[in-house]
Design a protein around this ligand. Structure first.
Ligand code: AHR
Length: 491
C-alpha cells in the first residue's frame, strides 16, 4: 500500500491549458486526408476541413495548434500557399516522403481550421531557408490592420480583417533540419529575425525561440545567455523512442522489456525539464520565459506497408501510459512549462486520431487527453508520496506517476498511472484541506498490453467508469490494475 498526502491547501502553480496543445505538420497524411480533404470531397467537410475529425477534436478543448512544421516549416515559403488554389505552386515535400505538396492548405485554411477547433494558432516561421523579409511579411500579412502591401494582398485573397495571432516560433530544430546551426549562430539569427517580427496594432506576439534537442543543455545555456531577454518562450523537443534513433521498434507486437523501456524513457522527460529549467532559472529567475515542449510523443517504426516517410504508426495502451506520464510531468513542472504540443494530431506518430478514407478512429492517447482535460487551467496541488519500484529485466523505475489539481469551483482531480505491466497498485491518500463528500472516476486499461483500436474494432480500448475508489474519514483509497490510467474527481 502506498501512503500519500494530498495537500489541497498547497497550490503550487497554474497548469496552463496550453500544455494540452497539438501539432499538425505537412507530413504524410496529417494535413492532407487527416484534416484537409478539399471542398469537393465526398467526405463531409466545412470549407475543405473534415467534419468528423473536427467534431472529435473539439471534445478535447484543444487550446492551441502548431503549424506548418516541424522540419517542413524551415522549407515552407508561405507565399506558395495563398491565393486561388489552381495557381498555387506544386512542389516536392523533400523532407517527408518526396511527395507532391500542392499548397492547397495554406495560411487561410489554417486559420479556418483553428476557428473550427476554437483554438489559438501557433505558427512556426522559416529561419533555415527563408529570409528575414519573408518572415516579417508573413506577420504583416496575418496581423496588420491598415494600408500596406501585405494587408492589401490578404484582403484581395478574401480576408478583410487581420487574424489574431499570439504564438510565433522563430525556426524549428535549427540544430538539425532547420539549418544545422551552432547555438551561437542560431542565437544571433534569432535576435535578428525576431526584430522584424512586429506587433501590429493590438496584436501582441509571444515569440518562441528554437530550443534544444533532448539533453543538449549547452544549446539552452547559449541561447538563453545570448537571446533570453528577446524571447517569451524557448522550445524543447524530446520523443519517446524505444530501441534507438537508428533502430526503432514497432508500435505493435512489443514485449514486456520494450514496455518498461518505453515507461523509463517517458519518465526521462522529468529530468530533462528539471535540468533545462535550472539553466533557464540562471538567466530568468522570475520564470518569465516559458518552456515550450512543442514536440513530444512516441516514435516507432512506420506501420508495415505504409510509406516510411509518412511516420504512420498504431497506438496502443502503451501510448496511453506515455501520454498520462508526460501530462503528469508537465503539470508537476507547470511553474516553467507553459505549453506542450503532442506530435502529431492525426495519422502521424503518437496521433490522437487515425483515418482511412472516410473512416476515423480514436486512439488510446485521445482518450487520455479527454480524461485529463479537467486539469486545464487549474491550480497544481502538492501530492507527497514515495512510489513503489517496478523492476523487470534489470530495469527499475517508479511504478506510479501522479498529479493533482483543483479547479475554480473547488473540485479536485487526481490522475494516477500504474506503469507496471504485471502488478496492481494500492494507494491511500490522506486529504488535507478538503472535506470531500464523494469520489468518482474513469479508468483506461486492458488485459492485453498491446490492445489498440482498429477501423474494424474501434472500441477495444475506451475509458470506463472507475469503481475501485472510496472515501472514509478524510482518506481516499484506490486500487489500480496493471497498465492503467485513472482520473479521479473529488468534491
Ligand atoms: O514530428 C516529426 C518531426 O520530428 C518534425 O518535423 C521535426 O521537428 C522533428 O524532428
Amino acid at each position: 500500500m502506498t501512503e500519500a498526502q494530498l495537500n489541497v491547501e498547497v497550490s503550487k502553480s497554474k497548469i496552463s491549458r496550453h500544455i494540452y496543445g497539438h501539432f499538425a505538420e505537412h507530413l504524410g497524411r496529417c494535413i492532407y486526408e487527416g484534416l484537409w480533404v478539399g471542398e469537393d470531397s465526398l467526405i463531409p467537410n466545412t470549407d475543405g476541413i473534415r467534419n468528423d475529425v473536427v467534431d472529435a477534436l473539439k471534445k478535447l478543448n484543444i487550446p492551441v495548434l502548431r503549424w506548418p512544421g516541424g522540419c517542413f516549416a524551415d522549407e515552407y515559403h508561405w507565399k506558395d500557399g495563398i491565393g486561388p488554389k489552381e495557381n498555387r505552386k506544386r512542389m516536392v515535400n523533400t523532407h517527408w516522403g518526396g511527395v507532391v505538396e500542392n499548397n492547397h492548405f495554406g495560411t487561410h485554411e489554417f486559420f479556418r481550421l483553428c476557428e473550427l477547433l476554437e483554438c489559438e494558432p501557433y505558427i512556426c516561421g522559416n529561419v533555415g531557408s527563408g529570409t528575414v523579409q519573408e518572415m516579417s511579411e508573413w506577420v504583416e500579412y496575418m496581423t496588420f490592420d491598415g494600408e500596406s502591401p501585405m494587408a492589401a494582398w490578404r484582403q484581395e485573397n478574401g480576408q478583410e480583417k487581420p487574424w489574431t495571432l499570439k504564438y510565433f516560433g522563430v525556426g524549428n530544430e535549427n540544430w538539425g533540419c532547420g539549418g544545422n546551426m551552432r547555438p551561437e549562430y542560431y542565437a544571433d539569427l534569432y535576435r535578428r529575425y525576431q526584430t522584424y517580427v512586429r506587433n501590429y496594432g493590438d496584436n501582441r506576439l509571444y515569440k518562441i525561440a528554437g530550443g534544444a534537442n533532448v539533453d543538449d543543455y549547452n544549446w539552452t545555456e547559449v541561447v538563453m545567455r545570448e537571446a533570453g531577454k528577446m524571447m517569451d518562450g524557448l522550445s524543447l523537443h524530446s520523443y519517446t523512442i524505444p530501441g534507438s534513433w537508428e533502430e526503432k521498434r514497432r508500435a505493435l507486437g512489443f514485449d514486456e522489456a520494450e514496455w518498461i523501456e518505453t515507461m523509463q524513457k517517458s519518465l526521462h522527460m522529468d529530468e530533462l525539464i528539471t535540468r533545462h529549467s535550472e539553466i533557464m532559472d540562471k538567466y530568468d529567475p522570475e520564470k518569465r520565459v516559458g518552456l515550450i515542449i512543442d514536440e513530444w510523443g512516441t516514435w516507432f517504426l512506420s506501420e508495415p506497408g505504409t510509406n516510411p516517410g509518412f511516420l504512420y504508426q498504431q497506438n496502443t495502451l502503451r501510448d496511453a501510459l506515455v501520454a498520462g506520464i508526460h501530462l503528469n510531468i508537465f503539470h508537476n513542472h507547470s511553474d516553467r512549462v507553459y505549453m506542450a504540443n503532442i506530435a502529431q494530431m492525426v495519422n502521424v506518430l503518437q496521433a490522437l486520431i487515425l483515418t482511412e478514407g472516410d473512416k476515423l478512429l480514436l486512439t488510446p492517447t485521445y482518450h487520455v487527453f479527454e480524461m485529463y482535460k479537467v486539469h486545464q487551467d487549474n491550480e497544481l496541488l502538492e501530492v507527497a508520496f514515495e512510489s513503489p519500484l517496478y523492476t523487470y529485466g534489470g530495469v527499475t523505475i517508479p511504478q506510479l506517476s501522479i498529479s493533482a489539481s483543483r479547479d475554480n469551483h473547488g473540485k479536485v482531480y487526481v490522475s494516477i498511472c500504474n506503469l507496471s505491466h504485471e502488478a496492481d497498485a494500492s494507494l491511500s491518500f490522506t486529504i488535507n484541506g478538503l472535506q470531500a463528500g464523494s469520489v468518482s472516476g474513469q479508468i483506461l486499461t486492458h488485459t492485453d498490453l498491446g490492445a489498440h483500436n482498429t477501423f474494424e474494432s474501434p472500441e477495444t480500448v475506451v475509458p470506463s467508469a472507475y469503481e475501485d475508489a472510496e472515501l472514509a474519514d478524510g482518506v481516499l483509497s484506490c486500487a489500480l490494475p496493471p497498465a492503467s490510467v485513472v482520473v479521479l474527481t473529488l468534491e
